[in-house]
Ligand binder design. Structure first.
Ligand code: PLP
Length: 378
């Protein structure tokens, strides 16, 4: 073991306390205990966490190995690692490396984009319900937020969003979450292409593809290949979901250089750490882990949907690692009752107060969920 790694061990031990440090700095123990079956987040208390759309299988073995191998690099600023990751991303997506910006999770990029493209005279247009982070960013920037209800298919109502966007006061930014959180539904590719064609190039569009890897509908497509065509398009991806790296924080934006520059200008330098980037490079290369994660998610999702149907509860068709269950009553008391049974489900969404968002965990976690749900709805 070289000196830098020994230093890292000591520093981590001081920072984290003995127990956590053992887990953090003992690669062999990590490999033996956690790679094939990472422990649930709160194993001691037996809490089943189905509230944050995390990947219950965690990162791949190759990713964990890359993280431990990168420990000796943590004394350096991350410039070179960032360059390497961006090269990998560019190759992976088949576009130029000048089209990328990295963020401390895609949440950071959402916040930076809100700062760059909204203000009291430039509105944010978004669906309702959708992932709220961009709205919080726009509110801080003093922007008006226009929320357009999802349509009957739970897709973005792009016709209405376009009307609102082109209204007198105009919009600085349109946010499209595809697949959408919290509904798990998609906005069809033809509609999205037509929307991008029709929108004023002055308005920036973010398409948030956090759940891209879970989608399999033939009506869905990623719009990353369209970035060279549209100067106003930003696509966001994250390593928090199928790559199982929510705790490490890494997201990226794909857009033309002029937009990338405006986003990056809002942020601090080097907000992404070396360990996260090393992990991301390994995970990007591990296409098998992604494929297996998708398959497990879809099998367990199918089990859960069927079990809920048997109980008489319908779900919205999902292309993601979570589902929305129609609860036929206000969901908040059910959320509370599930929590009392140590099963944490998603928060209540004001636009859909009779729906519960549930992350797809491991099969045993979903059995616990179904049992709890049957009890609390009885
Ligand atoms: C649609 C969507 N976008 C972005 C994020 C944030 O991801 P990150 O962990 O990369 O900040 C989430 C997290 O749940 C999400 O659901």
């Amino acid at each position: 073991m070289n000196q830098q790694f020994a230093l890292s061990r000591r520093m981590f031990a001081q920072l984290l306390g003995a127990g956590a440090a053992t887990a953090a700095v003992a690669p062999a123990a990590v490999a033996a205990n956690s790679i094939s079956s990472p422990k649930p987040a709160l194993p001691e208390s037996g809490v089943v966490r189905l509230n944050s759309n995390e990947n219950p299988y965690g990162p791949s073995p190759a990713t964990l190995k890359a993280i431990t191998a990168a420990f000796p690099l943590v004394w350096r600023y991350p410039d070179e690692t960032a360059d390497l990751l961006i090269n990998d991303l560019a190759r992976f997506h088949g576009v130029g490396n000048e089209l990328f910006a990295l963020g401390d999770g895609s949440s950071e990029l959402l916040k930076l984009a809100a700062c760059a493209f909204t203000d009291p005279s430039r509105r944010l247009v978004m669906a309702d319900p959708a992932f709220e982070a961009i709205g919080f960013g726009a509110a801080t920037a003093g922007a008006e937020i226009v929320k357009v209800p999802l349509d009957k298919r739970y897709s973005h109502d792009l016709a209405r969003m376009r009307e609102v966007t082109n209204e007198a006061k105009g919009a600085g930014l349109v946010y499209i979450c595809n697949p959408n959180n919290p509904t798990g539904s998609i906005t069809p590719k033809d509609e999205l292409r037509a929307f991008l064609d029709a929108l004023s190039p002055k308005t920036v569009v973010i398409v948030d593809e956090a759940y891209h890897h879970y989608a399999s509908s033939s009506d869905y497509e990623s719009v990353i290949p369209l970035v060279p065509k549209y100067a106003n398009l930003i696509v966001l991806r994250t390593f928090s979901k199928i790559h199982g790296m929510a705790g490490l924080r890494l997201g990226y934006a794909v857009a033309q250089p002029a937009l990338i520059e405006k986003v990056v200008d809002q942020g601090a330098w080097d907000s992404v750490n070396v360990l996260a980037m090393a992990a991301a490079r390994a995970s990007l290369a591990d296409t098998e882990h992604v494929a297996v994660g998708k398959r497990k998610n879809s099998e367990t999702r199918a089990y859960t949907i069927e079990a809920l149907e048997k109980l008489g509860y319908h779900t919205i068709p999902s292309e993601a690692n979570f589902i929305m269950v129609e609860t036929k009553r206000d969901v908040q008391p059910l959320i509370n009752a599930m929590r009392a049974k140590h099963v944490q489900v998603g928060r209540r969404f004001a636009a859909m107060p009779q729906h519960m968002r549930v992350t797809i965990g491991k099969p045993e976690e979903m059995r616990a969920f179904v049992k709890g749900f049957a009890d609390v709805t009885n």
